[in-house]
Design a protein around this ligand. Structure first.
Ligand code: MD3
Ligand code: FE
Length: 202
């Protein structure tokens, strides 16, 4: 159940499938306080993905650029708290993958519908000496996993309902993305995919 993808990266296939019902109910409560929204990008565009966050920090993008903020700019209020059970789960999962001492202070929640995609990018707004724990629910996605340079060749890895991936060490700064989601219906999420990423900002 614990497959090494590459240096520092491991996948736990289906590891979170049993948590889906509770976590999706919790996502709805978070989204009632800080709704899913597409974010403006510095280039003048919008993210294809709809996002919300919980925890002491939340990832934000606007015409000026992207960064973490303590408050949701849409509501002016602090982001909803990171559920303690989520935090404990993420710490335990990081440990299973070989990362002790993970102290996540944010969870970015991405909402995908058919056609939604995420272009190739690196994640460096948070601490890159801490891993990222990612969790997928609902419709399958094709993860694009490149290298440290944008032009490096890309591997394509399916991410299915309940799959968990832990990225750290040399894998932490790789370029990655998600191909346009294909239409479908999932018994738990309907026409959606959710991706949760636990990170340490501060
Ligand atoms: C590898 N999310 O939120 S999850 C993101 O499915 C993001 O929504 C994708 O890329 C999604 O930034 C992919 C897998 C993932 C997440 C973060 C990473 C892989 C990563 C950070 C560093 C390296
Ligand atoms: Fe990313």
């Amino acid at each position: 159940r614990h497959e090494r993808l590459g240096e520092g990266a491991s996948v736990l296939r289906g590891h979170a499938a049993g948590l889906a019902g509770d976590m999706i109910a919790q996502i709805r409560r978070i989204a009632a306080l800080s709704p899913f929204r597409r974010m403006t990008t510095a280039g003048g565009g919008m993210t294809s993905v709809a996002m919300t966050c919980c925890g002491a920090a939340g990832w934000c993008s606007d015409a000026r650029g992207h960064r973490y903020e303590r408050r949701d700019p849409m509501t002016g209020r602090p982001w909803p708290p990171l559920p303690p059970a989520w935090r404990a789960w993420a710490i335990g999962t990081a440990r299973l993958a070989g990362y002790d001492g993970f102290a996540p202070d944010t969870c970015l929640i991405n909402g995908y519908r058919p056609g939604t995609r995420m272009g190739l990018h690196q994640d460096g707004d948070e601490r890159t000496d801490a891993p990222v724990v990612s969790l997928s629910f609902g419709l399958p996605a094709l993860f694009q996993w490149g290298g440290l340079r944008r032009t490096d060749p890309v591997r394509r890895i399916p991410l299915l309902h309940g799959d968990v991936v832990v990225w750290g060490g040399p894998s932490r700064l790789v370029f990655h993305g998600i191909a346009a989601l294909r239409a479908g219906q999932h018994p738990v999420t309907g026409p959606c995919r959710y991706n949760l990423t636990f990170r340490q900002v501060w």
